[in-house]
Ligand binder design. Structure first.
Ligand SMILES: NC(=O)C1=CN([C@@H]2O[C@H](COP(=O)(O)OP(=O)(O)OC[C@H]3O[C@@H](n4cnc5c(N)ncnc54)[C@H](O)[C@@H]3O)[C@@H](O)[C@H]2O)C=CC1
Ligand SMILES: O=C(O)[C@H]1O[C@H](OP(=O)(O)OP(=O)(O)OC[C@H]2O[C@@H](n3ccc(=O)[nH]c3=O)[C@H](O)[C@@H]2O)[C@H](O)[C@@H](O)[C@@H]1O
Length: 433
C-alpha cells in the first residue's frame, strides 16, 4: 500500500512513522521546506519520546520518505492521510484554510482513484464538503473521503498510536472503510466503524468531555480549599467508581495545549451555528480561563502585591514530555506577572527555545532549576515535569530567598513538604505555612 501523509506536525509525523513501522510505504509531505530537510536527516521537528529512533529505522528500511513535492506524491498514492492543522479563527470556529489548500492540491494532482483519509480535527460536515469539492475539482477519478479522527496525546504520541483505545473510521463507502480498516489492523486496536458525521462528532465530543472532567475536578478542588477537604483524596475516592474512572481527575491550573482549548471553542461554535446554546461547554471554558490564573491570585493574596518580587517559573510547556507551548498556562501567568512588574525567571527542561518566541521579552531564562530558584521570593510550578517532582525539596530551602512554593500541579505530598521550612500553596489542598 502506497500511503501519503499530508502535514508533518504531531499527528502527521507520528501517523507516517507508525504506518511505516507496520510495513506500509509512506511518504510524508509538508510545505515547510526546512522541516522536510531536517526530517530527511532524521531530525524530528517536534519533541516526542522515541520518534527519531522510529524515523531512523523506517527510513533505513526504505519505507519512510519526506518531500515537499506533494503533486508527485499524490499521483502515486493509494491512500492519502490529511493531517494539516485546523487552528482556531478569531471567533472560535475552526480555520479550514490548510484543509482547503490540501484538498485543492490533491484534486489537481491525482490521476487515479484514491482514498483520502481525514485525520485533522474538523467540524461536522467538513468531510462531506471535501467529498463535494473532489467531485467538482477531479471528476476524472474516484476519490472516497474517510473520516479517521486522531486521539493521540502529545508526549506519549507513539505509545498512544500503538496502544490506543479505539480507531474510529467514518465512511459512506464500505469498500473505502474496509481499506482503511485493513491499513490499521496491524495495530491490534479495536476499530469502531460509523458514518462520517458521527465520526467527526466523536472527536469533538471526546475532547470536550475530557475538558469537562478537568474543569469539574478543578471546581471541586476550589471548593475543597474552602471547606478543608483534600482534592487528591477526593479524586482518588471518586475515581474508584468505574462509572467515573480515575483518569483526567488531576486538579491543577487548567488544561492547555493545541487541542482542548481550540476544540472546545469550535464545538461551542458548531452548536451556536445551529442555534444550540451549549451552556455546559461554555462554563467549562470559562472555568478553565479562571483556573489558569489561580496561582497569581494565591500569590497576590500572600504578598499583597508582587511588584519587584522575583518569581521562579518551573515548567513552561502545556504539559510534561512536550515542548509545545500552544495555550500553555505559562503564557497567561508570565504575561500577568510581567504586567504586575514582577521579576520572572523561567526554566523548562525542554520547551525553553519555543518559550522564548512566545513569552514576554522581560522573562529571564535560567539554565537549570537551581539557577531559577536562586534568591527567588517565590516559585510557581506550572508543569509537572519529573525533574520537579523528583527534586529534593531541600533545594528550595537552600536556593530561595524565601522558600514559598505555589504549586499548580500538586507535585508534592503534603507530608513531604511539612518536613521542610517551606510555605506551600497547591490546588485543592490545605496550605502549609
Ligand atoms: N497535536 C495533537 O496532539 C493532536 C492534533 N489533532 C489534530 O490534528 C491536526 C494536526 O495537528 P498538529 O499535528 O498538532 O498540527 P501542526 O500544526 O503541528 O502541523 C501541521 C503541519 O501541516 C503542514 N501543512 C499545512 N498545510 C499543508 C499543506 N497544504 N500541505 C502539506 N503540509 C501542510 C504544516 O507545515 C505543519 O507542519 C489538527 O486538526 C489537530 O486538531 C488531533 C489529535 C491530536
Ligand atoms: O485532540 C488532541 O489534540 C488531543 O488532545 C488531548 O491530548 P493533549 O492535548 O496532547 O494532552 P492531555 O494529556 O490530554 O492534556 C491536555 C491538558 O489537560 C491538562 N490535564 C490533563 C489531565 C488532567 O487530569 N488534568 C489536567 O489538567 C494537562 O495538563 C494539559 O494541559 C487528548 O488527551 C487526546 O486524546 C487528543 O487526541
Amino acid at each position: 500500500m502506497n500511503i501519503v501523509v499530508v502535514g508533518t506536525g504531531y499527528v502527521g509525523l507520528v501517523t507516517g512513522v507508525a504506518l511505516a513501522h507496520v510495513g506500509h510505504r509512506v511518504t510524508c509531505v509538508d510545505v515547510d521546506e526546512e522541516k522536510v530537510n531536517r526530517m530527511r536527516q532524521g531530525i524530528s521537528p517536534i519533541y516526542e519520546p522515541g520518534i527519531e529512533q522510529f524515523m531512523k529505522e523506517n527510513m533505513e528500511a526504505n519505507r519512510l520518505f519526506f518531500t515537499t513535492d506533494g503533486a508527485s506524491a499524490y499521483r502515486e498514492a493509494d491512500v492519502i492521510y490529511i493531517a494539516v492543522g485546523t487552528p482556531e479563527n478569531e471567533d472560535g470556529s475552526a480555520n479550514l484554510t490548510y484543509i482547503d489548500q490540501a484538498v485543492k492540491h490533491i484534486a489537481s494532482s491525482v490521476m487515479k482513484d484514491v482514498i483520502v483519509v481525514t485525520k485533522s480535527t474538523v467540524p461536522v460536515g467538513t468531510n462531506h464538503e471535501m467529498q463535494r469539492m473532489f467531485q467538482q475539482l477531479a471528476p476524472h477519478v474516484r476519490i472516497d473521503v474517510v473520516s479517521n479522527p486522531e486521539f493521540l496525546r502529545e508526549g506519549s504520541a507513539l505509545y498512544d498510536t500503538f496502544h490506543g483505545d479505539r480507531i474510529v473510521i467514518g465512511a459512506d463507502d464500505e469498500r473505502a472503510a474496509a481499506v482503511v480498516a485493513d491499513i490499521h489492523r496491524p495495530f491490534g486496536i479495536p476499530i469502531f466503524q460509523t458514518d462520517i458525521r458521527s465520526a467527526e462528532m466523536i472527536k469533538y465530543a471526546s475532547n470536550a468531555f475530557l475538558a469537562t472532567k478537568i474543569s469539574f475536578i478543578n471546581e471541586i478542588a476550589n471548593i475543597c480549599e474552602k471547606v478543608g477537604a483534600d482534592i487528591e483524596q477526593v479524586a482518588a475516592g471518586m475515581g474508584m467508581d468505574e462509572r467515573i474512572g480515575s483518569s483526567f481527575l488531576r486538579a491543577g491550573i487548567g488544561y492547555g495545549g493545541s487541542c482542548f482549548p481550540k476544540d472546545t471553542k469550535a464545538l461551542a461554535k458548531i452548536a451556536a451555528n445551529i442555534d444550540h446554546d451549549f451552556e455546559l461547554l461554555k462554563a467549562v471554558i470559562e472555568v478553565n480561563n479562571k483556573q489558569q490564573r489561580k496561582l497569581i491570585e494565591k500569590a497576590k493574596k500572600r504578598f499583597g502585591h508582587i511588584q519587584g518580587k522575583k518569581i521562579a517559573l518551573l515548567g513552561l510547556s502545556f504539559k510534561p514530555n512536550t515542548d509545545d507551548m500552544r495555550e500553555a498556562a505559562s503564557l497567561v501567568i508570565a504575561r500577568e506577572l510581567v504586567a504586575e512588574q514582577a521579576i520572572v525567571v523561567a526554566y523548562d527542561p525542554i520547551a525553553m527555545n519555543k518559550a522564548r518566541a512566545v513569552l514576554p521579552k522581560e522573562v529571564i531564562y535560567a539554565s537549570h532549576v537551581e539557577e531559577a530558584l536562586k534568591d527567588a521570593d517565590a516559585a510557581m510550578i506550572l508543569t509537572e515535569w519529573d525533574e520537579f517532582r523528583q527534586l529534593d525539596l531541600s533545594v528550595y530551602v537552600k536556593q530561595m530567598k524565601t522558600p514559598i512554593i505555589f504549586d499548580g500541579r500538586n507535585c508534592y505530598a503534603l507530608e513531604d513538604v511539612k518536613k521542610y521550612a517551606i510555605e506551600y500553596y497547591s490546588i485543592g489542598r490545605r496550605a502549609i505555612k
